[in-house]
Design a protein around this ligand. Sequence first.
Ligand code: FES
Ligand SMILES: [Fe+2]
Length: 428
Amino acid sequence: MLSVEENALLTQVGPGTPGGDLFRRYWHPIAAVLEMDEEPTKEIRLLGEDLVLYKNRSGGYGLIERLCAHRRVNLAYGIPEENGLRCMYHGWMYDETGQCIEQPFEETVRPESRFKDKIKLNGYPVQPYGGILWAYLGPAPAPMIPHWEPFEWPNAFRDVGFAKLDCNWLQCQENSLDPVHLEWLHGYWGEYQQKIRAESQGIDKVLVNTNPLNHQKIGFDIFDYGVVKRRVVEGNDETHGDWTLGHPALFPNILFVGDIIKCSMQYRVPIDDENTMHVTLFVYKAAEGHEIPDQDRIPYFEVPLHYEDGKVIADLVNHQDFVAWVTQGPIVDRTLERLGESDRGIILWRKLIKEQIAIVQDGGDPMCVFRDAEKNKSVELPLERWPGMGKNERYSGGYVPAQAGEEQSDIDRIMETLATWAGATPSG
Ligand code: FES
Ligand SMILES: [Fe+2]
């Protein structure tokens, strides 16, 4: 149970708040590179700030305050020019730093005017990496975008999904320090939801999300980049990879989960105190002897939260997590919760956040801020082998192109499946 003040400290992300200062030490994924090729402006709300992301005609990116300094129209409706974004109302133009660089009428009637020099919107750096655009809202100099190993796996296929969730980011992240929910939310309730869905669709076959896992023991260890979560389930012991390797929650807001051929990185990006953009990078390795072409653009998709009939999607693993997080409310009232043994990881994560906030307040770099290129080369992470993976021989060494007699390759199938999010990597 927390005090009102502690809950605010852990959940607030706006400018000037301790948590906001912490989050402003990291690069955040805000869009797919491909998205900006299709539509060169996009409204972004990040850490409580309303911004517009744009791609200029020279191929550069800008992320600046959303409302024009002149008379406050929305610059997402502006025109990307060679070196800036032009407001559609009276033609003022801004560069990627937010500096106003043109004021057509002002310059016509008073050519000597330096009025534009005094006009500056907030502007933040944007960098492409791994097919994703990343933004940094913190003090200069900006650190490096972490090159976690899934971004660097060779001969792998990637795509990225975006889900807008009406809840604070910490509700999503605390789930990643809570192994026991796998057994209940994804096991027992998941099966129940799958049965309901199958019946409503008149389908006999019921898919089961997970093996029935009865947790016997859970453990958590702080490591360089966050916390490794471990579990022993009935039938296994401490020699199993679930315990010896576990899988990590990366500070402050990432889950890494999967196995050696398929994994996901889940970023819980705070839009503001009450909303989160859940960004998931999926990575699929090709089987040995098969080549996947390099991707300079990766496919992206918006994750639907409801079926066409309006019902909440609750029979798929990631959606079960979404339902749990969102139903806790916009910001869960942690003054009323009653924590037990299953919550030791959550308590540890909260302690870590407070410690890292203190480091930032003392002028230091918190966990997972990279400034040394040598240390930022395909950063290796602990990786749990998921139960059941490897049982299917076809997938034991990676994904393969279409086999004789098959119309679709694995990659085609994944793309199709991902369109409904049904093939999402188990989370837990
Ligand atoms: S409101 Fe943008 S130029 Fe006038
Ligand atoms: Fe989960």
